[in-house]
Design a protein around this ligand. Structure first.
Ligand SMILES: Cc1cc2nc3c(=O)[nH]c(=O)nc-3n(C[C@H](O)[C@H](O)[C@H](O)COP(=O)(O)OP(=O)(O)OC[C@H]3O[C@@H](n4cnc5c(N)ncnc54)[C@H](O)[C@@H]3O)c2cc1C
Length: 343
């Protein structure tokens, strides 16, 4: 019988963030489909608030490693805490959210415990008493189902790939697990966080809408002129009003490197597709993009897809969009901004 462990870290305010609840959803699904038991392990400065927030989940035990040393992400302390919890819980299957904190640590913990680890897990099934996971390969073109006999089996669940567990709150009894830390293990310290200002941060994984901009925004328009400053104002106005996440075609982000007029708030981090990222959002709106079949792969995980393009024969729009507006994106988005401003 498997012991399924949800391993999560708390936030600086002691809460459990959405990625932790998403991994809990997967762990609870496997628990429901199998005869295994479900337990929870939490690591952070404090863990009681997080444990209470999921107290109504089907877990039978809660393990916690807490204290000031576990507030910050640090390989040595995180790995030691994860190892101690896995041992205390006698976990055979471990699900953790693929946050930057766990991505760095779990392979090492698997090695210490003689286990195996899989990354980019996007689903779990159970057949004939054997759990199997799903993950994508070759830039999301091929989906594989993988089963392993080695235990413990660690799995990093892709953030945004699952619904968050909706289990209710209550009062959880957390069994405290002791970790013996050496001074060497505590020598790395986070001395500050540097991040862009809120309005300069255009990549928002939690946004409902992915707004994709293409090279058309910088191309000559019907009057024979380019209108880059106007494009910048329209796009930023839309992002400000909707809090959408900003994606871009490769052509548009590459233009900067080719010395052409380009939108300064875009970087290669915004690029979606085969050689870009694969964001997951409920809705997507592509503007001024032609796109091409392999590069619309990035849209696979967008549920409802719409496009605004001047070209009615555009392969992307014909092949992939649920709704196509054959129209001038400058006019459409300016009008949308006007309506949004009226509230
Ligand atoms: C190895 C390789 C990997 C690649 N990886 C990626 C990738 O990961 N992601 C990616 O995006 N691309 C990728 N590409 C590039 C890809 O093939 C396309 O060239 C690119 O996506 C096209 O970008 P675009 O649609 O912005 O620009 P364009 O092809 O120039 O299209 C611009 C579009 O804007 C429209 N337009 C112009 N003005 C307006 C207006 N006012 N209103 C509405 N529409 C207007 C035009 O009709 C046109 O359809 C890759 C290419 C290669 C070779």
């Amino acid at each position: 019988m498997e012991t399924i462990l949800l391993l999560a870290h708390t936030e600086s305010d002691g809460t459990l963030a959405k990625p932790g609840r998403e991994a809990l959803h997967v762990a609870a699904m496997l628990h429901k489909a199998s005869t295994g038991s479900l337990v929870v392990g939490l690591i952070g400065e404090s863990v009681q608030t997080a444990a209470n927030s999921i107290a109504a989940c089907p877990a039978t035990k809660y393990f916690g490693v807490s204290g000031a040393e576990f507030k910050q992400a640090r390989y040595a302390t995180d790995a030691a805490a994860a190892e101690a919890i896995c041992k205390a819980a006698q976990a055979s299957i471990v699900f953790a959210p693929a946050t930057s904190r766990w991505n760095r640590v779990l392979a090492g913990v698997a090695q210490r415990l003689g286990g195996h680890v899989d990354t980019h897990v996007t689903g779990v099934t159970e057949a004939g008493g054997k759990p199997a996971i799903n993950r994508w390969y070759y830039r999301q073109r091929m989906e594989a189902s993988i089963s392993r006999t080695q235990r413990p089996w660690f799995m990093l669940v892709d953030v945004g790939s699952q619904p968050a567990c909706e289990c209710g709150a209550g009062t959880a009894t957390v069994e405290s697990v002791t970790v013996n830390l050496t001074d060497v293990g505590k020598r790395t310290a986070v001395i500050g966080v540097r991040e862009p200002k809120a309005d300069a941060q255009t990549i928002r994984p939690d946004a409902q809408l992915l707004f994709v901009t293409g090279a058309g925004w910088t191309k000559k328009q019907a009057d024979g002129q380019t209108h880059v400053p106007e494009a910048e104002q329209i796009i930023l106005g839309f992002l400000k009003a909707t809090r959408a996440s900003l994606g871009s075609s490769k052509s548009l982000v590459d233009l900067g490197g080719e010395g052409q007029a380009v939108l300064p708030f875009l970087s290669h981090l915004n690029q979606i597709g085969q050689t870009g990222s694969t964001p997951r959002h409920a809705k997507g709106l592509s503007t001024c993009c032609h796109g091409e079949e392999p590069h619309t792969v990035g849209w696979r995980f967008i549920n409802e897809r719409r496009a605004i393009s001047l070209d009615p024969n555009c392969g992307w729009a014909r092949g992939k969009a649920d709704v196509l507006y054959v129209a001038d994106a400058f006019k459409v988005i300016a009008k949308v901004n006007e309506l949004l401003a009226k509230g």
